[in-house]
Write a protein that binds this ligand. Structure first.
Ligand SMILES: [Zn+2]
Ligand SMILES: [Zn+2]
Length: 593
């Protein structure tokens, strides 16, 4: 197979789904999921047996499993239990340092059985040193799926979720439950201001209720008019402004204080339109998936129809509820590939993407999901999804795009290796020939076929260019017809297709690695792009190029080192209007090579 990376088989549906026919078991794409252990030390926290947790999830028929690890705390932030034992190491620090490498391994090893996601729970430890420490921790965690920001410790360095005694000590220091809660909400606000651009979700928002019951204003912020209600509302508005999701954390249910956050807070969340994500915050093998149906019922009861999870920092949306599971799983997989792609369009820094900045419309065949997604603008007849964000758009769909049945221009068959296409394009550029549109197909047998239509020159110059190409590198070209007239083959079969980007038709089966460029339509621009890629040994095996007046648009399927591709794009970016690296391969098992 010579490593052709476009083996697009759809993820096998979990056995339990198919065994149960249309009735799906409750399942949640968790964010604040299973806590991995600290391995070293007398105080056990979380699950050290990662294989066991993954096997258990597979056994339960779950399509995915999500892990989370605490960032290690500064030595001055300690639970009583740690002080009592006189631990002289930073608990969890070594497990944390190995975490990403370990999790990448699990992700790969289990790729064809279950999707493994992993993130961190970033511990708020105030401004100053706490902030710098956390910033370094974020850098250590390059490539995680998500970051949850949580306040566990007060500014007085006493935990809210430690022992009852610790909570009472803090309550005495602060004087009243109101002051206890006000201090906490202030800390959350400071955290959101400091970390807004890094965190994807805020953890267990009303955590202090574990030991100190929440005052009325905290439980019912829709009704309250006191400072606590006002602060809570500000927090929720900030989540909305900063595109941070609210962690609906089921662990409170197991601890007897009720799911975090309370119904009243969630009602306000829904009104403001803050996205939610869900997690069991689970610390034992036996608890995996145990609270799923409880969580689904809780959220459905409050009128929620969807929630988010995260994959490499990009939001993925899921529909709550039990109906039509296989069809829904299928729809979500196309939709979420769309989310991944649009999140990467024109986002070279690849920072966090605000879910709320993405709007979607659904084609007729997906009409059944419009209600749940709160999206009522139509997008054509078929099984198609149109996503829009910050002036960019992406149209994807199940139906195969039609190739033009008549095409005239240059045809060539060539060996599929880095640089061949660049060579032909360079010769065309040297003759001042402009490329209007191009189709490149990878045949999967070591050869590629290309169809190129040109303008702005005589046929003589085109033929001249073709002769130069042959003369320069005859062995790369098997066939070169300068005046081809005929049909263009259909694109390779795929479970879905990209149809258009930025409202310009660029129909192609998706690939694990792609490049999208928008550039001035003049001779040589495509050569600049291809040269930068070829120089870094990046092969282009599929390509569509088209133009709107004065502007060229190209979509390329490429194969190479992802860092090399990004460096190539960075070096030519100033000359292009937009240039984006779109990758699906790094985070989704189904795209595995
Ligand atoms: Zn926590
Ligand atoms: Zn947690």
């Amino acid at each position: 197979m010579a490593g052709y990376g476009r083996k697009l088989y759809r993820r096998r549906l979990p056995t339990l789904y198919s065994a149960m026919g249309t009735a799906a078991p409750d399942f949640i794409w968790e964010t604040h999921g299973i806590h991995t252990g600290t391995i070293v030390g007398p105080i056990k926290h979380g699950i050290d047996d990662i294989d066991g947790a993954i096997e258990r999830s597979i056994e339960l028929g779950h399509p995915a499993v999500t892990f989370i690890i605490h960032t290690p705390r500064l030595t001055t932030f300690r639970y009583e239990a740690e002080e009592r034992l006189g631990l002289k190491f930073i608990r969890g620090d070594s497990a944390f340092a190995d975490y990403v490498a370990l999790m990448k391994g699990y992700k790969r090893r289990y790729a064809d059985r279950i999707e493994v996601h992993y993130g961190i729970e970033l511990e708020w430890q105030g401004l100053g040193l706490g902030l710098t420490w956390s910033r370094a921790k974020i850098e250590q965690m390059l490539g995680v799926d998500f970051i949850v920001g949580s306040v566990h410790f007060s500014a007085e360095r006493i935990p809210y979720d430690g022992s009852k005694e610790e909570a009472e000590r803090l309550l005495r220091l602060r004087g009243s439950p109101e002051a206890y809660w006000e201090g906490y909400l202030d800390e959350v606000l400071t955290m959101l201001d400091a970390w807004g651009e890094y965190i994807h979700a805020v953890g267990h928002l009303d955590l202090p209720k574990l030991h100190v019951p929440a005052p009325e204003d905290v439980r019912e912020p829709m009704r309250g008019s006191g400072p606590l209600a006002r602060k809570l509302r500000t927090i929720l508005w900030k989540l909305s402004d900063k595109g941070i999701a609210l962690d609906v954390n089921l662990s409170g249910d197991a601890k007897g204080c009720g799911i975090y956050p309370s119904e009243g807070i969630l009602m306000l969340t829904r009104e403001i339109g803050v996205s939610i994500c869900v997690g069991t915050d689970c610390h034992a093998l036996a608890d995996i998936g145990r609270l799923y149906s409880r969580g689904v019922a809780y959220l459905e009861g409050l009128g929620f129809s969807r929630y988010l999870s995260f994959s490499r920092g990009r939001p993925q949306v899921h529909i709550l509820g039990r109906d039509e599971a296989p069809e829904r799983a299928d729809f979500e997989s196309v939709l979420n590939t769309g989310y991944s792609l649009i999140a990467q369009l024109d986002n070279p820094s690849r920072r966090k993407v605000d879910y709320q900045a993405i709007s979607i419309s659904l084609g007729e065949k997906y009409g059944g999901f419009r209600e749940a997604l709160g999206s009522h603008v139509p997008a054509g007849e078929g099984a198609s999804i149109l996503l829009r964000k910050d002036g960019h758009s992406l149209l994807i769909g199940r139906e195969a795009p039609e190739s033009p049945d008549f095409f005239s221009g240059i045809y060539f068959k060539h060996r599929d290796r880095p640089g061949t296409l660049a060579l032909l394009v360079s010769v065309l550029a040297s003759e001042g020939v402009n490329i209007d549109s191009a189709y490149l197909f990878n045949k999967g047998d070591g050869f590629g076929e290309a169809y190129i239509s040109v303008s702005g020159c005589s046929q003589e110059r085109v033929e001249n260019a073709c002769e130069f190409a042959l003369g320069t590198n005859a062995e790369s070209f098997l066939e070169l017809i300068p005046d081809y007239a005929g049909s263009i083959p259909s694109p390779k079969a795929s479970s879905f297709y990209i149809h258009a980007i930025d409202d310009v038709e660029l129909a192609m089966p998706p690939a694990a690695q792609m490049v999208h460029s928008v550039h001035e339509d003049r001779p040589g621009m495509l050569f600049v792009l291809l040269a930068a890629l070829a120089a870094r040994d990046v092969n282009v095996f599929d390509l569509r190029l088209t133009q709107s007046p004065g502007i060229g648009h190209a979509l390329l399927a490429v194969r190479g080192e992802s860092l090399a591709i990004q460096l190539a794009l960075a070096s030519i970016r100033p000359e292009f209007r937009h240039i984006s690296y779109l990758s699906l391969g790094e985070e989704r098992g189904e795209w595995a090579r």
